[in-house]
Design a protein around this ligand. Structure first.
Ligand code: SF4
Length: 381
């Protein structure tokens, strides 16, 4: 593997090296990094350290089932029996069914395991990773094949979903995202959502367009030529160092999607996980209260919040309930990874006086010292 001399920040470092690398509403990770499918809009094309692993046939094993388990056991940020673990977040499950099945066999906790699988579901998927903790996840990209965005065909993906249903996997254990959607693909998106409705699906997620950059510039001309990048605004949070455009969908397109009745359509995974999978999630995002999540808990013993932060390695100076959530003063910077863990632990909104949207390299030292993520020589490159 190419040695990276410089990382943009700690988020970039974890993304290239760690089995689990990010915590938002779920904790995201992989046994293998890279993907043979090679969608043109894949985030990991725009990251130095993973770009050479997308659509080239080169893959990198990042953990064995055993080291992955060790990583989970020793990472405080992963709440055992509680958090959703997302597998194949920087890859695809379709070519690593055996590895995922090995992990499931030794994983002793009751966390829900979301397995991302864009390739076609088959009898093999249904049989080899069937485990009551598994939620089968896929992304269907409307017109994706026709537009040259991905080699995966929507009709065959739907056939694969029908195979799961025939194998008695219920619709509430299949999580489907429809996207990325833009003005050229909206009609097909609506058609696909209606097909899924007739198959019995009661909820799904839809997604707009995202484009990022960690030291590998997106090929904007190509993305424009294939009509992926069109008139989207650079809507990503100004402090975001990776995203320029994040999950962008115009109001006009969104209202078309929301006019479909008889199926619950989620814009954010936070409401999906909370409402459809009954999982504890944070009500804060980007150091603000995310109103879409509903009312956050307000009757929490502030000493408990402080001691949970102590456990994570912080000294807490003050915790005060405000209209935006619990406002907390600490001795060190709290990252989005940590803020979302604390928010989930108390099913509330937590806002910090010292906050980083993504970990810096300094924050990685803090993560290592306090075993936020288990950053150790035996696992890391
Ligand atoms: S299937 Fe997912 S991981 Fe693979 S290339 Fe497409 S977007 Fe990237």
């Amino acid at each position: 593997m190419e040695k990276i001399k410089k990382y943009t920040n700690g988020e970039h470092y974890l993304l290239v090296n760690a089995p689990f690398y990010k915590r938002r509403y779920s904790v995201d990770g992989d046994l293998i990094i890279g993907c043979t499918i090679g969608c043109q809009f894949c985030y990991y094309r725009w990251v130095k350290g993973t770009s050479e692993l997308i659509g080239t046939g080169n893959l990198r094993k990042v953990a064995t089932a055993e080291t992955m388990l060790k990583f989970v056991e020793n990472s405080k940020i992963i709440r055992k029996n509680k958090d959703i673990l997302m597998l194949s977040a920087r890859s695809d499950a379709s070519f690593q069914i055996k590895e995922i099945s090995n992990f499931l066999k030794i994983f002793p906790y009751q966390n829900k395991i979301f397995v991302l699988h864009r390739g076609y579901f088959s009898e093999k998927t249904a049989n080899n990773i069937e485990d009551s903790r598994v939620v089968y996840c896929t992304t269907i990209t409307p017109e994706g094949y026709k537009m040259g965005w991905t080699p995966i065909k929507e009709e065959l993906q739907i056939k694969g979903i029908e195979i799961l249903l025939k194998n008695n996997i219920p619709t509430n254990r299949i999580s489907i995202e429809v996207g990325p959607i833009n003005e050229y693909t909206i009609d097909k998106a609506i058609e696909i959502i209606n097909i899924l409705k007739t198959l019995g699906f009661q909820f799904l997620t839809y997604r707009g367009v995202s484009i990022g950059n960690f030291r590998v510039k997106p090929q904007e001309n190509k993305l424009k030529k294939i009509k992926f990048k069109t008139k989207q605004n650079n809507n990503a949070h100004r402090m975001h160092s990776y995203y320029k455009i994040k999950n962008f969908i115009s109001e006009e397109l969104e209202s078309k999607i929301q006019s479909i009745h008889g199926i619950r359509l989620h814009r954010f995974t936070g409401t999906l996980y909370k409402n459809e999978f009954n999982v504890e999630v944070a009500y804060n995002r980007y150091n603000k209260y995310r109103k879409e999540m509903g009312q956050f808990s307000t009757n929490i013993d502030t000493n408990k919040i402080a001691s949970y932060l102590n456990f994570l390695g912080y000294n807490v100076y003050d915790v005060k309930l405000t209209e935006e959530g619990y406002f907390i003063k600490t001795d060190n910077y709290v990252t989005e990874d940590i803020a979302m863990t604390v928010g989930a632990e108390f099913k509330t909104s937590v806002i910090f006086d010292k906050y980083h949207i993504a970990p810096t390299m300094e924050d990685i030292k803090f993560y290592k010292k306090n075993k936020i993520f288990y950053i150790s020589k035996e696992i890391f490159l």
